[in-house]
Design a protein around this ligand. Structure first.
Ligand code: ATP
Length: 248
């Protein structure tokens, strides 16, 4: 038995419902991310992936159901609970007018790192995401991909035990995709629980231990990360679900 097996799930959602006008939202999603696990969610545009992440992070209130972070219910989660979380779900960076380093320093402080440790942690993050050239540059002047790298570094540098990333590879170049992949695999091996959404099934298959398909606000099944034709398996699940709902 590994040391992570006695810890509560890093992230849990039970029966999560969030209704939006027009019928969209979440319709009762159960989802768990264990310690040491990379759990990917995939789905078509508008399926509900971002909404699910926002609800699990307490950014959006669930109408029904409950979520837990490291065993703490969302309603009871305090600053110490959230300091153990790293996420890039909305805007990757808070301060466009600050340099990349300035953003990383503020993110470290906001995640509860004591002042004496901030410089070392930021140096390490700059190295990990290969941001040396851009550290003194205002983030508003960075390319989209480099801004994304800074956002990821800001979310991960404090060593969170819960990591939630919404389509993190979107703006990254192939080198950035590899840096992120290695970073996530290292963090999962160290016990973090990682929830990640993506449209890139091949990339997801390289990192994920578990892949859940979200369709129309529900978790409709899973894909085998080692499976042969993930794209086909994905569309089979989605089309079967769409047909079942149409004929219901
Ligand atoms: N604040 C909101 N008010 C009303 N509807 C919303 C709101 N946020 C999301 N929705 C709707 O909920 C559904 C799910 O959106 P969500 O952003 O979660 O999808 P997604 O799976 O992340 O999509 P994508 O792959 O395009 O990012 C969509 O139909 C969206 O229009």
């Amino acid at each position: 038995m590994t040391s992570h097996e006695c810890t509560p799930p890093r992230l849990e959602g039970h029966g999560l419902v969030r209704r939006f006008r027009g019928g969209a939202g979440l319709r009762g999603v159960d989802l768990t991310v264990s310690a040491g696990e990379i759990h990917a969610i995939v789905g078509l545009n508008g399926a509900g992936k971002t909404t699910l992440m926002r609800v699990l992070l307490g950014m959006l209130r669930a109408d029904e159901g409950e979520g837990r972070v490291n065993g703490v219910g969302l309603r009871d989660a305090d600053a110490a609970t959230w300091a153990r979380v790293g996420q890039v779900v909305e805007q990757p960076l808070a301060y466009a007018e600050l340099t990349a380093r300035g953003n990383l320093e503020i993110a470290a402080r906001l995640h509860g790192i004591e002042p004496g440790r901030v410089a070392g942690i930021v140096d390490h993050a700059i190295e990990e995401f290969d941001l040396g050239r851009y550290a003194p540059v205002r983030t508003s002047r960075l390319s989209l991909g480099n801004r994304q790298r800074v956002g990821l570094a800001a979310a991960l540098q404090h060593g969170p035990s819960v990591i939630v990333l919404d389509e993190p590879t979107n703006a990254l170049d192939p080198a950035g995709v590899i840096l992120l992949r290695e970073s996530l695999l290292r963090r999962a091996a160290a016990g973090a629980g990682i929830l990640v959404s993506s449209h890139h099934l091949d990339e997801v298959a390289r990192v994920a231990d578990r892949i859940t398909v979200i369709n129309d606000g529900r978790a409709i099944g899973s894909l085998d990360p080692g499976g042969l034709d993930l794209e086909r398996a994905f569309f089979d699940l989605v089309l079967t679900d769409d047909e079942a709902r149409r004929s219901a």
